[in-house]
Design a protein around this ligand. Structure first.
Ligand code: DON
Length: 550
């Protein structure tokens, strides 16, 4: 037994040396502050998990749209040849109930699951980072949280895109006449000016000094619980004290000569991307269909109809429902599911069942260190700036993740989302997610780290990034910037797409019966390791930054 353990560690030591000989690591981050802080941690000898924890806390300061300590997310870790999935998704409060967003007639109350603290799930981020640190971190916790403390205390320069997002959000809240306190905290953030967050700095200091307890107990917990009481929210001391992040087994599947490690439930994303990739393999008629051609877009849209029908029917929190995970990604099932796809005709939507629609603002980042460890992390408050509510005295925004549940099974919620019993609200249940942090291995080594924000479109961004790199040989930068598209059964036959789809393709798709919706989605930050050379790519439309360390 001892000999076996020694042999395994020698193999890892050897492969680490190989990796270290040509590369020093890479980060692909949604903003410059997180990128620079993560690089600093790697340069200090921290591993990919250390860098990811620092990035997560920095983003809670500098990317308030989605970076957070008041929300949740998923972190996929590949370390020393082992895989782990840290689920720090929010949970429904103990006093939540299935019909909490319905009026007396059983109708969904507009906006109730979206704005204000009644829309917030129990935050999971700090517990998630703590668990990641306990299991996989190497530098002291305090070192990892300090950059966020500094940026909150001393301030950071507000990017024009952040300033414009803030202004737009404040106007929207005013127009809708929604009583949220977001503007009290963020109207002072002006483009290209220094912005300090004094209350947030104090919260970060408590987290730095007391770890997870600095958030879920003591002063921060008191501030959250008081804020809830004053604003008719549900999260209590007990909810906070009992929240735990979970370590789950990532989904792992062989595809096309690669091993894909991806997100298990309560994410729908891992099952969805594997279904998409596998059905694509089964149905693509030639070795390679031209990228973003009519055939390519139609075939992937057809597959999307089936993926999203399954998502609505079968997926939810595995601690509460039985998800037929293996069956949903088995080759036999997918061959059966794909069999009635035709390459020149759209299937009838109504015959394929229902699906969900989500809204957007989340953030993703990827890290690879010099030992060949990797982190793929997607985190969110749900919509941009979450519930719009900042915890008074604690300075951080609370999520509105409760909207990811189906407010009423089988009935569209305020955003037109449909869902089944599998994703109905229950106390302490996690709401279904589309976040899909994913790592692709080749011969046991990191080949690609990928993920994106974008609600349900996340799934399309992720599987298309994999096709872009593996099937179409794109670099990381090309892969994140190539135009993407998304179809999810409902709205009927609508393909949402980025700019850059060829006009003749669009005309042909319309002739087939598709409707085209030109609206950008996602913000990809990926790393590719091709021939032992790291490439990092951040999507040009955002404010991201990708750095390869030499
Ligand atoms: O977990 C989910 O699927 C959603 N709450 C994510 C929202 C999202 O990605 C918005 N992003 N742009």
């Amino acid at each position: 037994m001892k000999f076996k353990a020694l042999l395994i560690s020698l193999v890892f030591a050897y492969s680490s040396l190989l990796f270290a000989s040509s590369q020093q690591g890479a980060v692909a981050m949604p903003d410059t502050y997180s990128a620079n802080a993560a690089v600093q941690i790697l340069k200090q000898g921290g591993n990919a998990i250390d860098a990811a924890i620092t990035a997560q806390f920095v983003l809670a300061v500098t990317l308030p749209e989605a970076g957070n300590i008041g929300g949740g997310g998923f972190m996929l870790v590949h370390k020393d040849g082992q895989d782990d999935f840290i689920d720090y998704r929010e949970k429904a409060p103990i006093t939540a109930s299935r019909d909490m967003y319905l009026d007396q007639k059983g109708e969904v109350i507009p906006y109730k699951s979206v704005y204000g603290v009644f829309s917030s799930g129990i935050p999971g981020t700090v517990a998630g980072m703590w668990l990641a640190h306990q299991k996989h971190g190497s530098l002291p916790w305090k070192t990892l949280v300090q950059p966020a403390v500094d940026l909150a205390e001393q301030g950071f320069i507000v990017h024009p895109k952040l300033a414009s997002n803030i202004n737009r959000y404040i106007k929207r809240m005013e127009n809708k006449d929604l009583a949220v306190n977001f503007a009290e905290y963020f109207s002072k953030a002006k483009s290209n000016e220094l912005f300090k967050q004094v209350e947030l700095a104090k919260t970060m200091i408590r987290i730095r000094d007391h770890g997870m307890q600095g958030f879920y107990q003591g002063k921060t917990a008191d501030l959250i619980a008081d804020f809830m009481k004053k604003n008719d929210g549900l999260i209590s001391h007990k909810d906070l004290a009992t929240y735990q992040a979970k370590s789950r087994i990532p989904i792992s599947a062989n595809w096309n000569g690669y091993k894909i490690l991806t997100s298990p439930p309560p994410s729908s994303g891992g099952i969805a991307i594997l279904q998409w990739l596998e059905m694509y393999q089964l149905k693509s008629p030639t070795k390679q269909v031209a990228h973003n051609s009519t055939l390519y877009m139609h075939l992937l849209a057809e597959i999307g109809k089936r993926v999203f029908a399954d998502r609505a029917e079968y997926l939810g929190d595995p601690d509460f429902i039985n998800v037929p995970q293996q069956q949903l990604i088995s080759e036999n099932y997918l061959a059966f599911r794909a069999k009635d796809i035709t390459l020149n005709k759209i299937s009838i939507t109504e015959k394929i069942q229902t699906s969900l629609v989500e809204s957007e603002e989340t953030t993703h980042f990827s890290v690879v260190d010099k030992w060949g460890n990797a982190v793929s992390n997607t985190t969110t408050l749900n919509l941009g700036f979450g519930s719009g509510m900042v915890v008074t005295g604690a300075g951080f925004i609370l999520n509105n993740e409760m909207d990811d549940f189906s407010a009423k099974p089988g009935v569209a919620n305020v955003f037109g989302a449909l869902g089944g019993v599998a994703n109905e609200i229950q106390p302490q249940k996690r709401m279904l997610s589309s976040m899909t942090p994913t790592i692709v291995l080749k011969d046991g080594n990191i080949f690609m780290v990928t993920g994106s924000p974008g609600g349900t479109t996340i799934i399309s961004s992720v599987y298309q990034s994999i096709l872009n790199v593996i099937e179409y040989d794109m670099t990381a930068t090309q892969a994140v910037n190539a135009p993407r598209f998304h179809h999810q059964l409902w709205p009927k036959n609508v393909i949402r797409h980025h700019n850059g789809i060829r006009n003749d393709v669009k005309t042909e798709l319309k002739t087939m019966g598709y409707e085209l919706d030109n609206r950008r989605f996602g913000d990809m930050h990926i790393i590719v390791n091709r021939n032992d050379q790291l490439e990092a790519g951040s999507e040009a439309s955002g404010r991201g930054k990708a750095i390869v360390i030499h």
